[in-house]
Design a binder for this molecule. Sequence first.
Ligand code: HEC
Ligand code: HEC
Length: 495
Amino acid sequence: MIHSRRGSKVLVCLAAFGTAGAACGANPDPIEEVNLTHAALTAAPLGSTLPGIDAGDFAGFKAAFLSVEAITDGVGPIFNERSCGGCHDNGAPGGAGENIERRFGRFVNGAFDPLASLGGTLRQLFTVANFNNPNLPASSRGQCQPGNPTLCCIPAEVEPPQATIRNVGRLTTPLFGLGLVDAMPDSFFDALQAAQPAAIRGVVNRVPVILPNPGDPSQSIRSVRVGRFGWKAGVSTLLQFAADAYNNEMAITTQHCFHGISINDFALENAPNAPNGSVLDGCDDLAPRQPASFGPSVGLSSTLGAQVDEPVGSCAGGRTQIQDDVFEFAGFMTALAPPSRDFSDQISVTRGQPLFAQVGCAGCHVSTTFRTPANPAPVSIDDAGSESVRVPGNFAFNPYSDYLVHDMGALGDRIGNAPPDDPTLPGDSLEVTRRMRTAPLWGIRFRNHLLHDGRVSDVASAVRLHDGQAAASRNAFNALSAAAQHDLVQFVRSL
Ligand code: HEC
Ligand code: HEC
């Protein structure tokens, strides 16, 4: 889906958000404890925007996020859903979802093997199946079914028998407030880690930036940034997550330019139980075919043109360009305000707050106030900033996560963070694969499934499954009286 460009827009910090959430121009103080009243962001409904976001821009971004794509737009050959909003929809567009994806893998000599040649680790659940492509290239005609020159056959992806880590669920997470998290500097997460006692200290997951945000001068191709998104904090920016999801969830392949280099990492279709890009030429979908090359490139291959559904064209002349839809998805997420707090059960919430710290929940689900930089980098489609969106500066918020990964023992999912594009890199050790990102607790009352695989639906059950670095805290929770457990849970549900 291609949208026309709107006018140039750079958003500024306009006004305080609700009663006490934002402090435009206030002194940035990265590590600061909050009390109950300070964290009362706003009574705005779920899915509202941050202050300073242009309503017209947001409407466009949201439409892109909800837009359902078809095989003629590039959906296929295998996919999980046909719109972002089809999964992220609980409570409001951008919410958590009912969709629990499936991953698989195995260990070889103690190292995680994503089984990439068999389509791992993400198992796409749907296929465009058999379809006719009247424009099939000569080399592919008649290959699927003798006598039928234009038929394409795409089997569904199955879990291969080689997998020993099987059918691991990954619940759809909510996206509210994530632009604020994106804006946080790496040093903030390092400071959170340094403040943690050794027994529960998390790991700052530094990862290469595959798709840099041209609006952020600190990012470039393969520069390193703190991973903060996804259940395992494997991705460091919303922009990159958007390109990744478009490719891996919806099978829409995109090309991007960054200072004249074509980024092709999200330009290759998944193939059922086979390496990416290996589907019969012309049988990926019915989107228009693209030229065979986009100039100097990095990533998986330099000649991916024919498979790219949504290209940006030649990257000559130092051009930087984010593919339109991907930018709009990132814009949508950047604009979303965090969930509001709920003090309707004030007495329990007030009693539960000190218990939350006392039993050690706050060691990982930190109550530290985050504050965006004074001038957050805009998310932009090119380095001229011809279209951009940004979160307010000096904006205080409380996600109740350190965004670090922790060894969660038996709760860890034993799936490795796949190396970006180099199968020769050693796989993660078992210990590393047990690491999960501290799940942010803001807005938890809007959720009906909890934990990475959605296996429980209430806070107390989620706590009882904590293990590894969180075992002591779990035990302390279990040792509380039933009344105290109730108060603690009510506090968590107020966040
Ligand atoms: C098939 C369902 C599905 C679709 C479609 C989908 N997502 Fe997601 N999304 C998920 C799941 C599952 C996760 C958790 C992934 C993980 O960590 O393994 C997720 C996580 C995310 C995250 C990370 C949030 C966090 O908690 O850090 C972002 C950002 C995101 N999705 C954006 C998008 C965008 C943008 C689109 C559309 C291009 C999209 N998603 C389409 C299921 C989906
Ligand atoms: C050592 C760090 C650590 C401690 C201590 C800890 N947690 Fe967690 N918590 C996590 C991690 C990591 C996850 C994600 C685990 C997963 O789903 O695999 C999580 C998940 C959760 C979830 C589910 C959130 C969701 O989005 O599904 C809840 C609720 C929760 N924790 C509450 C608590 C409470 C209450 C306490 C104190 C009794 C606590 N946690 C202590 C690290 C911790």
